[in-house]
Design a protein around this ligand. Structure first.
Ligand SMILES: [Zn+2]
Length: 135
């Protein structure tokens, strides 16, 4: 399992979920439209909360900085200091496509790097946005 997926896997139990499994994935084809697909880094299944897709980013420009420096920078995909994904950022569009294609409600969007002994990681949950698809 790649280091980033492994790092994410270590965080899935932090919130007290029950019976969590993280499975790596390659390409997932939409069941209604066989010509479109998505490539999440993983699917996580919680006995308590259902399934999420996982997308992991390791921003090269911030490879030497604390990941929170990235989160709070003007170039960040996060909106303000609440680490919610900015709805006009390309990553938001990508994650909306992931949840739609995979027919799953939630994407765990993960930003991490490895500048410290322990990985530096931010996880934000992106919910399927019906208004996004309506506009
Ligand atoms: Zn749970």
């Amino acid at each position: 399992m790649p280091r980033t997926t492994c790092t994410y896997n270590n965080y899935t139990t932090v919130d007290g979920h029950i019976d969590v499994s993280v499975e790596q994935f390659g390409l997932i084809i939409n069941s209604d439209y066989l010509f479109i697909g998505a490539s999440p880094n993983a699917l996580v299944a919680y006995q308590c909360c259902g399934k999420d897709v996982v997308k992991i980013k390791c921003p090269y420009d911030f490879r030497c900085n604390d990941v929170m420096d990235h989160a709070f920078s003007s170039e960040s995909c996060f909106a303000g200091h609440d680490t919610q994904l900015h709805t006009e950022h390309r990553h938001y569009y990508q994650e909306q496509a992931q949840v739609y294609i995979c027919d799953i409600e939630i994407c765990d969007f993960v930003v991490c790097n490895f500048i410290y002994v322990a990985p530096c990681i931010v996880i934000t949950r992106v919910k399927s946005d019906s208004q996004f698809w309506g506009s």
